[in-house]
Design a protein around this ligand. Structure first.
Ligand code: SF4
Length: 329
C-alpha cells in the first residue's frame, strides 16, 4: 500500500492520454475517451479528496501450468493467468473495504471511495506516483518485489496522510516485451496501440477480429501474457495466497476442442464468477474459432469447427468459416 497526493501535477499524463486518444489507439474502448479530466483529476470525481491510496494484490495461481508450455501447444487454449480463477473485482473491493474499516476502527469515520477498475481512474499512473512501482515499457506497472502479475486497486480519501516517493524505472535497455509482442502492439517504449493488442482483440473488441491479426493470435483465447512472461522482473512475482484466484475448471491447461464443445449452459455455469463470462458466449466461441484456425490440422479440430459451421451467430459462423479455410490451404 502506498500513498500519492491527489492534487499532484498530472499535466504530462493528460497530454499523453490526449495524444493516445487522438491517434485512435483506444479502438472501440469509448469509455477511455469519456469523463474528460475526471480520469486524471481525482477531485473532479470525488470532491474533497486529498490522497490516493494504491494497493496491489498478487494473482499468480498456485500450481498453474507454465504459460509458455501451453502457448507452444497449438491444440491447447491459452487464457491469461489473471483470468483462470474467480473475478478479481469483488475480491479486491472487499479487501479495500476491509482496509477502510480498519482505518475507521482506529481513527473514527472518514471519507473515502474505493475503486477496482470500476471508474475513470488512472490506476497505473497513481500507483507509479505513489511508488508502488514503475511503468514498464509494456505500459503495465512493474515492481522490483513482485514483477507485474498483480491487480491494482485504489482508495480516494480526504485523510491528509504522508505521501510516498515514486521509485525509479528499472527497464534499462531491455526491450523484450516490445520484441515478443505477437502483433507488435507495443509500437515503442510505453506506447501501446490497443487495437493490435491481443487482450483488446479477445476481450474488449465486440465484433469481427481483423483477419490480418487472426494468425498472429495463435491459441490465445482470452487475453495475452507474452509481454509479462518474457519480462525478467517476473522472476520476482509472488504466488497468490488468495483462494479465489486458484485455477478453476482446468482453465490453465485445456484443449481448444474441449472448450469449443461447451454449450451455452456450460459456459454460463462453469464460468460463473469468472471474469471471462463478461465477454459472453458468442465472443468466447469467436475467440476459440480463431485458435482452432491456428491449430495444427487434425480430424478432431476440423470436426469441432464443422459442428459449429451453422451456428446461429453470424459472428461465430464467419470466424468458423475463416478457421476452416486455414485447414484447407
Ligand atoms: S520486458 Fe524489459 S522493457 Fe519490458 S517491462 Fe519488462 S523490463 Fe521493462
Amino acid at each position: 500500500m502506498r500513498v500519492a497526493d491527489a492534487h499532484a501535477d498530472m499535466s504530462s499524463v493528460e497530454a499523453e492520454l490526449s495524444a493516445w486518444l487522438d491517434k485512435g489507439f483506444h479502438g472501440d474502448m469509448d469509455y477511455m475517451a469519456k469523463h474528460g479530466t475526471k480520469r486524471t483529476r481525482p477531485a473532479e470525481l470525488v470532491p474533497g479528496v486529498l490522497r490516493v491510496i494504491s494497493v496491489r494484490m498478487n494473482y499468480t495461481p498456485p500450481a498453474a501450468k507454465e504459460g509458455w508450455s501451453v502457448l507452444h501447444d497449438g491444440n491447447k487454449a491459452f487464457i491469461s493467468r489473471y483470468a483462470v480463477g474467480r473475478d478479481y473485482h469483488k475480491v479486491l473491493r472487499a479487501r479495500l473495504q476491509k482496509l477502510a474499516d480498519t482505518i475507521s476502527g482506529m481513527i473514527g469515520p472518514f471519507n473515502y471511495r474505493v475503486f477496482t477498475d470500476s471508474a475513470p481512474v488512472m490506476e497505473v499512473e497513481w500507483a507509479k506516483k505513489s511508488g508502488l512501482g514503475w511503468r514498464g515499457k509494456h505500459t503495465l506497472l512493474l515492481s522490483r518485489e513482485g514483477g507485474s502479475y498483480f491487480f491494482l486497486g485504489e482508495m480516494y480519501t480526504d485523510l491528509p496522510l504522508p505521501v510516498d516517493d515514486p521509485v525509479g524505472s528499472y527497464c534499462g535497455s531491455c526491450t523484450r516485451c516490445i520484441d515478443i509482442c505477437p502483433t507488435q502492439a507495443i509500437i515503442g517504449p510505453y506506447q501501446l496501440d490497443a487495437r493490435r493488442c491481443i487482450s483488446y482483440l479477445t476481450i474488449e473488441l465486440k465484433g469481427s477480429i481483423p483477419e490480418a491479426l487472426r494468425p498472429l493470435i495463435g491459441n490465445r483465447v482470452y487475453g495475452c501474457d507474452d509481454c509479462q512472461l518474457v519480462c525478467p522482473w517476473n522472476k520476482y512475482a509472488k504466488i497468490t495466497q488468495e483462494a479465489d484466484f486458484a485455477v478453476r475448471n482446468g482453465l490453465d491447461d485445456v484443449s481448444l476442442v474441449e472448450l469449443f464443445q461447451w454449450s451455452k449452459e456450460e459456459f454460463e455455469s462453469k464460468l460463473a464468477g469468472s471474469p471471462i463470462r463478461r465477454i459472453g458466449y458468442e465472443q468466447w466461441l469467436r475467440n476459440i474459432a480463431v485458435g482452432l484456425g491456428n491449430a495444427p490440422s487434425s480430424p478432431a479440430v476440423i470436426e469441432a469447427l464443422q459442428a459449429r459451421s451453422h451456428d446461429p451467430s453470424p459472428l461465430v459462423r464467419e470466424h468458423v468459416q475463416w478457421a476452416l479455410q486455414q485447414h484447407d490451404k
